[in-house]
Ligand binder design. Structure first.
Ligand code: ATP
Ligand code: MG
Length: 420
């Protein structure tokens, strides 16, 4: 161990576990790539105002969790706490919405930073894979995204997750609900901070996890009863499309989500094996966000799935991903001359697309074969001076243990045909 440790609330991904994270990212991305979503990458930091305006001044993310800094040049930046505001900013900046092909469908994968109280499933650095469909109001898009996330989780083998669904209404009907909810909440016995929240963002109070608060919320007005006809019809269509796709969901009228930009459809994927950090992913429609950050009206919908919590969900369900070994051929040279020859063979194998590795340093046969075993290679190639003098190598099948001499000058052909 060195003098240093990973900073509080962070952890490193190291082999062999790191392969799981790659596989999870790939599994979430696969259905998106297959459905017209193009890859987008944005910087790890943005101007603070993008998030304070985009995510919302009253959210936990902006008030408590953002890592902010002032550069030597005087710019106020924040490490990105989430992906949507950045992706929309980048799409607008590149004029993707003007290319005449709406919606703009994008997916991303990367690191996010929040100054939180670290605990299992809650870190200060974590990773997400996300998707956004920008510029079109169409319930089929909301349904598509939920279906694709469901498909990704099922492909990973996950079964103990549930999809919670709600509609937050739009700029017509939400203000009426907000007023009614505020009137109700003001009559409750709540602490000072929560009382303040009633005035800034009353919907967030519904999301309070404390039992003593939840008890008082029985009988609170429900958004469902305030939805305008357009929002109701929109929501019914999303639900019908999910039902037709055989994607099970639960209506959850208390689901509000922690970001200010959501309108209409909101949803969360929760996993029942994760304890209190149960949300593995979430998202929704954000029809007003573009205008909030100075862009044109662009109704959009998206989600982000947490990679860290998805890996924990796999563990909770006892799922081991089938990750194929990366090395196909492991070369074991016996002596200096053999090392030179096998190094050249390995280089040629790699150039022909065969995953190959070599025993480095000056290990004896026993230690080198141990390394070959550990690599989980299908074949080991062993070469000593005597074999080489006859133009031969020993090919060992690591599954059956059988060994046979093969010709050095056709080793690449022999191995490519054996491996196909
Ligand atoms: P929570 O309610 O658990 O704080 P959130 O609503 O803040 O979650 P989102 O902003 O919707 O989460 O992010 C989407 C997903 O990213 C979450 O469902 C979760 O899987 C993951 N995520 C969010 N914050 C963290 C974190 N601090 N550590 C690990 N994963 C996280
Ligand atoms: Mg959070």
């Amino acid at each position: 161990m060195s003098t240093f440790k990973a900073p509080k609330g962070t952890y490193d991904l190291t082999p062999p576990d790191s392969a799981k994270y790659l596989a999870v990212r790939e599994a979430i991305a696969a259905p998106l790539k297959n459905s017209g979503y193009g890859y987008i990458e944005t910087p790890g930091f943005e101007n603070v105002e993008l998030f304070s305006r985009g995510v919302g001044e009253s959210t936990d993310i902006v008030t408590k969790e953002m890592y902010t800094l002032t550069t030597k040049g005087g710019d106020h930046l924040a490490l990105r706490p989430e992906g949507t505001a950045s992706v929309l900013r980048a799409a607008l900046e590149a004029n993707l919405h003007k290319a005449g092909n709406l919606p703009v469908k994008l997916w991303y994968s990367g690191s996010y930073y929040r100054y939180e109280r670290p605990q299992k499933g809650r870190y200060r650095h974590f990773s997400q894979v996300g998707a956004e469909a920008i510029g079109t109001e169409d319930p089929a898009l909301d349904a598509e995204l939920i279906i694709l996330a469901d498909q990704a989780y099922r492909a990973l083998g996950l079964r103990q997750f549930r999809i919670l669904l709600n509609s937050l209404g739009d700029k017509e009907c939400r203000p009426l609900y907000r007023d009614a909810l505020q009137a109700f909440l003001r009559g409750l016995d709540l602490d000072e901070e929560t009382a303040r929240r009633i005035e800034i963002n009353p919907l967030r109070v519904l999301d309070d996890k404390r039992a003593e608060v939840q008890k008082q919320l029985v009988g609170a007005p429900l958004l469902r009863d305030y939805l305008c006809d357009a929002c109701k019809a929109y929501h019914e269509e999303v639900r019908a499309l999910l039902t037709t796709a055989a994607v099970a969901y639960e209506d959850d009228e208390k689901l509000v989500r922690g970001l200010d930009y959501y309108t209409r459809t909101t949803f969360e994927f929760v996993h029942d094996g994760l304890g209190s950090q149960s949300a593995v992913g979430g998202g929704g429609r954000y029809d007003g966000l573009s205008e909030m950050i100075g862009g044109p009206a662009l109704p959009s919908v998206g989600w982000a799935l947490g990679v860290d919590r998805t890996v924990l969900a796999l563990e909770a369900e006892g799922i081991t991903l089938d990750i194929p070994s990366t090395t196909a051929v492991f070369a074991v040279p016996l002596g200096e001359e053999a090392k030179r020859v096998l190094f050249a063979v390995v280089t040629r194998l790699r150039r022909s697309g065969v995953a190959a590795d070599l025993s480095y340093g000056s290990k004896g046969l026993k230690a080198a074969m141990k390394a070959a075993n550990r690599s989980q290679a299908r074949f080991a190639l062993v070469a000593g001076e005597r074999d080489l003098a006859e133009g031969l190598l020993q090919l060992k099948d690591m599954e059956s243990g059988e060994q046979e001499p093969i010709a050095l000058d056709s080793v690449v052909e022999t191995l490519t045909s054996r491996l196909s």
